[in-house]
Ligand binder design. Structure first.
Ligand code: SAH
Length: 350
């Protein structure tokens, strides 16, 4: 408990850490050394900082903690997918997933504890939003998966998707700060082109991303390009309707020149007809884009069921006929509740 009460040293900027050392009568460059251990070498405790003297390490320990997340439980799927339930400094739990493919190792990370969005088909929505994750807590999830990639696959982490629990654009500042650390040469040095932030479609924040000139990829969970259906699936659509989303995405494309990926689940009797497929094709023409058709991962015995294969084919034909790139994404990690929309701390007490 003592640890949790001390300030996490990683909340300090480099300038603040330099200030700290100067105030303690130490050298300014000490801060850079410590910063390097924290963000580049991702150390979890002060004692391992081998070029820092014992007395300085003791002084650091007296003032600060390193509240690194702990992998509380790790589940491995038959298909190689790994799900981590990670414990935060205050005992709360979030989940992150390692997804191996022949060419990539992708980390799927959470941005909030729980979620406030109430999408009807998503298990995470059943948890209320408890709090935002701090930048270091997001960073640590990536580090845990990076280490598992080395340990279990002997391969490096190649990609990161913000498709775990929570809505990244409703924890904007912390997600941006985590990405800055992940991409910085002084941090993990991963290219922003290998990072994708997925949003339910918070239009104001999509425009902010564009204004901030971000270099990572944007994905939007669309699921329907028809307001009535989308509102039924995702209540956020009441305040962020499809026309406004289109306008925000046009702004995004004008400012960044980057295409967008739409995530789309096709459900039986909900959006599996010709009208919805045509609406999606038309929506895709607004700005350059591609579609990932995600298989539905059942979360209960409820109203949602995966559409039949012929309906998915119908969508693909219409999209391809309109020159739109669409891929059907195989579900991964379903047996351990690690697939899209299944993250809900089932195995853990929150
Ligand atoms: N809040 C962000 C990040 C979550 S990403 C967003 O909405 O984009 C999780 C992705 O899985 C989203 O595209 C979401 O719509 C999708 N999803 C949620 N529940 C699902 C389920 N049961 N089966 C398949 N996909 C699901």
């Amino acid at each position: 408990m003592e640890q949790a009460q001390k300030r996490d040293v990683r909340r300090l900027s480099l300038a603040e850490l330099e200030q700290f050392f100067l105030e303690k009568g130490d050298k300014k460059f000490r801060a850079k050394q410590v910063y390097d251990w924290l963000w580049n070498k991702t150390l979890k405790n002060f004692d391992d900082m081998s070029n820092i003297s014992l007395s300085t390490r003791e002084m650091l320990k007296a003032h600060f903690a390193i509240n690194h997340i702990q992998v509380d439980q790790m589940h491995r799927s038959q298909d190689g997918t790994i799900k981590n339930a990670v414990k935060l400094y205050d005992g709360k739990i979030v989940e992150s997933v390692l997804i191996p493919t022949p060419k990539r190792i992708t980390a799927c990370v959470s941005s909030q504890v729980g979620c406030s969005l109430d999408c009807n088909f998503c298990a995470t929505a059943r948890l209320k939003r408890m709090r935002n994750l701090n930048p270091d807590e997001i960073f640590d999830q990536v580090v845990a998966i990076k280490d598992e990639a080395t340990e279990y696959f002997e391969r490096p982490l190649t990609n990161i998707v913000f498709m775990g629990m929570g809505e990244p654009l409703l924890n904007y500042a912390n997600v941006m700060e985590a990405i800055a650390k992940i991409t910085s040469p002084d941090g993990l040095g991963l290219s922003p082109k290998r990072i994708t932030v997925s949003t339910v479609g918070v239009n104001k924040m999509i425009k902010k991303l564009a204004d901030d000139g971000v270099k990572f990829n944007l994905a939007v969970s669309l699921h329907s390009a028809i307001n009535e259906t989308r509102s039924r699936l995702m209540p956020i659509n009441d305040t962020n309707p499809v026309e406004d989303l289109a306008e925000a995405l046009q702004y995004w494309y004008r400012m960044t020149g980057r295409k967008v990926t739409y995530e789309y689940v096709i459900w039986k009797g909900i959006n599996d007809d010709h009208r919805h497929a045509v609406a999606l094709a038309n929506f895709c023409k607004i700005i350059p884009s591609k579609v990932n058709i995600i298989q539905y991962n059942p979360i209960d015995e409820g109203e949602f069921q995966q559409a039949d294969a012929d309906k998915v084919e119908m969508y693909l034909e219409i999209l391809e006929g309109n020159g739109i790139v669409a891929k059907v994404r195989r579900s991964r990690g379903q047996d351990i509740d690690a697939a899209c929309g299944q993250l809900a701390n089932k195995h853990s007490v929150v």
